[in-house]
Design a protein around this ligand. Sequence first.
Ligand code: ADP
Ligand code: ADP
Ligand code: MG
Length: 641
Amino acid sequence: MFNKVLIANRGEIACRIAETAKKIGLRTVAVFSEVDTESKHVSLCDEAFVIESSTPLESYLSQDKIIDIAKKTNAGAIHPGYGFLSENSEFAQKVEEAGLVFIGPDFKAIEIMGQKDAAKKAMSQAGISTIPGYHGDNQTDNKLMEEAASIGYPVLIKAVAGGGGKGMRLVKNQRDFLTLLSSARTEAEKAFGNNRVLIEKYISSPRHIEVQIFGDGQSAIHLFERDCSLQRRHQKVLEECPAPGMTAKMRKAMCRAAVTAAETIGYKGAGTVEFIVDGSDGLKEDRFWFMEMNTRLQVEHPITEEITGIDLVAWQFDVAMGRPLEKKQKDISMQGHSFEARIYAEDPNNQFLPDTGKIIHLNFPLNVRVDTGIRTGDIVSPFFDPMLAKIVSHGKDRSSALSNLKKALKETEIVGVKTNLNLLYNLTQNSDVKMGMVQTGLIEENIEKLTGQNSISNKAIIAAALSYFAPRADHFSYSHWIKISHKIKLFVGDKIIEIELSQPDVNKVQISFDGEAFNLVFSKNHWSFEGNPLPKSKKFDDEIIVFNGGQILFKVQNPYEVPKETKFETSDILSPMPGMVSKIYIGNGCKVLKGQRILSLEAMKMEYEVIAPNDCYIKTVNFEVGDFVQSGTKLCDFSEV
Ligand code: ADP
Ligand code: ADP
Ligand code: MG
């Protein structure tokens, strides 16, 4: 038994765990990196300790320091959350050896499931079907290529130590095999210090369906499935529960396989068994295969909580305290449908590179669950995962849950960093998503439509113009004697709109652009246009944002501003994102060829290689490994060849 828990994580999941801990009467200890001193998770816990380390990321990975803090503060248990140390068997073992409780399974279970090849072997021995493939020790190029040919293209190369979609390559034909093998190995070596791979049949029309399980060390129960097929680069974006089109037979077969997987390894606590499903012909009991087991709480656990009414973190604490689970399998049922949308700080119009900055305005919807670790004024730094918040909706059926999500996303306002909010909003309107025809390629196949500039309605332009002329719509400086008339230019996407406003009466405004005039009327405390209210909009310095299902950004041209001289030549080598210089491949005075790597930048667990825009001589590299650069910073001086 313990009455105090140390939460070895940050962001939304640390906040999530702290909330349940409080509810059940546990005291909480936060740990944090120096850059997180002011963060929400620190303020939510009863005690908080900084971990000094050479990089912010390392602080949350400092096994011994974290265990020391737990001992010093008399915390009897450590909850690792997800990511960081949650699937590190060495850490779990050290925690136990220190006489503390690790909130998760036994370290041996983590070890078995941590390697995709070992996990697949154990599972197929237990009678669970795994995807046809090669999981052997012989790792020579020839052997792997031979196996790929006998499996039949397309195949997937996967790092055995993989996670988060890293070290994974889809190979469509033999011609590309060796090139892709070598890049998978390099990425795996870099990310996991292990370049071993396995080869798998690539399932066409794939769906990702996973089952939430809970074990007490001997027996296990399931909490139904989640569909996580809506992904980008093998990373989940939108999840739902239950899976669309799920039949009673299929659910029974999948949940049974998941429970068997857990019981085979004597699993204790919360876990998720992931399956890949061939969805080309509906859901069929013989068309799902074990993919991997995540031995921790999953990012998308809230949707299971929404439909079952069970607090999974409370159950984790129960199991860790040796208490029996509060419910038996027959007592667990599901109600309605739930969706989760992950909001990331990233720029969908610039290769989804992560973005950083200060959150200057934040508004979350009121009638849905929102799990987040950020508040207005917080800095989104380049050191960690770019997930900002999870919007979780519920409804009596799928279509009402989806429309609740759409409404909630429309009400979500985040200003200060670029986000994928428009993409998420557009996804809720995609016809395949609406019909439940989800599969892992959907986002990539529709990427242009999903990320394109939403059509800009006249209403949005009117709302933008209004918030410029009168930040508070009801406070126009109307005068009977002076005829008010204003002009501005707004930039939106690649369009310039010249707008004129005049006010013929105290309760009337006319806004004209593109040769048309629109008459607005002020009544019941707001301006409306043809009887309809206008979308919400807000002005921030020289930017105006209209919140109208996704956010539309307008830039105001200041009539007195002298156009800035462009600082750099377009061919300059600029940093495409804020981040840390992690590698430099060339020296001063080097000649490089167009496309050659110059240096690597790292931010939010993502690596970006800066390449030469042309054949050129590098005069000087302006930074050293370890330096932080802002987006748009000139990384090198070069001269043309
Ligand atoms: P899931 O199915 O739960 O998304 P993944 O294996 O893709 O599983 O990754 C788990 C999650 O853990 C990621 O989505 C990410 O948000 C989080 N995560 C992983 N590593 C880190 C890290 N170093 N810092 C913060 N979060 C992390
Ligand atoms: P990770 O550990 O990186 O999460 P997974 O093995 O769980 O790796 O796979 C991640 C994603 O890759 C899956 O959710 C799915 O979209 C896709 N995927 C994995 N295996 C296959 C396969 N055999 N065929 C088709 N898609 C697959
Ligand atoms: Mg996975």
